[in-house]
Design a protein. Structure first.
Length: 305
């Protein structure tokens, strides 16, 4: 089934070239189907890129999804045209009274700040609290994962001596969980961050379950509330060239930038990246939509609590 997206969203044309079936609002209104409502709070600087990356993964399901985009009133993005934000995004305050089957909260380029020093922290905490009663299941990604673990469970973050940057093998610790249905024992996950959470803090909290980790990159996935919350410290949604673009961007302004690990063929940035995470990325998002959203959400979305 297709994704139901706002008319003229740039991702529609981009994904059609990949033979991904998307459908705009005009056509969707002609179908008598109750789509799953997914809201994305997109905090990444390059919003159109992140929209496309997430929609690509959400499309890999037989269910019809209606995707909406949320923005913060307390923060104005600098890298996305204001016309795009006005056309496709709504403030949290405009969406506060609505309910959603699923929610995705992305990372943000503020991880080296204390949470309380982030200019929009107050609005973020309002959204975290709101999601508990207005969303069936929420995916927190990268900085949002650390922020959500801190706000909901008091889990601190710690600075890294050097950036965790590259593709790292992850081990499934709870392979029986539906989120890992079809997974291999080891799967790859991109990471790009300067901070981390510690496994001992996760294991000491009885409300949290550590479900995947890496010998190199540490905690990668934490589950809470029976799957109503997932905290993912990496970026399974990344496109093949995302780390390459980040590496070249940083290399142009600093001379201490290391190569992303386990990424380029033969560890040579002049060769193409070796894509090793795409299959499990698609599988994880499909499993989340199927087992933790579709099979758990009430038919009457207003009954979510």
């Amino acid at each position: 089934m297709p994704l139901r997206l706002p008319d003229k969203l740039p991702a529609i044309e981009l994904l059609k070239h990949e033979n991904i079936f998307v459908m705009n609002d005009s056509r969707a209104h002609m179908q008598d189907i109750r789509p799953l409502k997914i809201v994305i709070l997109n905090l990444m600087p390059l919003k159109i890129t992140t929209e496309t990356d997430l929609i690509r993964l959400l499309s890999n399901t037989p269910l019809q999804l209606e995707v909406s985009f949320m923005k913060l009133r307390s923060h104005t993005p600098k890298n996305t045209p204001i016309e795009h934000m006005m056309m496709f995004y709504r403030d949290f305050e405009q969406m506060r009274n609505e309910k959603y089957d699923g929610m995705i909260i992305t990372g943000a380029p503020v991880e080296q700040l204390n949470f309380e020093d982030v200019t929009y922290w107050s609005e973020m905490t309002d959204i975290f609290a709101w999601a508990r009663t207005h969303v069936t299941s929420t995916l927190y990604i990268c900085w949002a994962a650390q922020a959500g673990l801190y706000y909901h469970y008091g889990i601190p973050k710690y600075p890294l001596a050097k950036k965790m940057f590259g593709i790292f093998p992850q081990h499934t610790l709870q392979p029986q969980l539906p989120i890992f249905r079809g997974f291999d024992d080891v799967f790859q996950m991109p990471h790009s961050r300067h901070t981390e959470v510690h496994r001992d803090d996760i294991l000491a909290n009885g409300d949290l379950t550590l479900v995947a980790e890496s010998d190199e990159s540490g905690v990668s996935m934490v589950m809470a509330r029976g799957g109503r919350e997932f905290f993912i410290t990496g970026h399974l949604e990344y496109a093949p060239d995302t780390l390459d673009r980040e590496y070249r961007r940083d290399r142009d302004v600093r001379d201490d930038v290391e190569l992303p690990r386990h990424y380029y063929r033969n560890n040579d940035p002049d060769q193409q990246p070796l894509v090793t995470w795409r299959a499990h990325a698609n599988l994880l998002y499909s499993n989340w939509i199927n087992y933790y959203v579709y099979q758990e959400t009430p038919y009457d979305i207003n009954e979510i609590e």
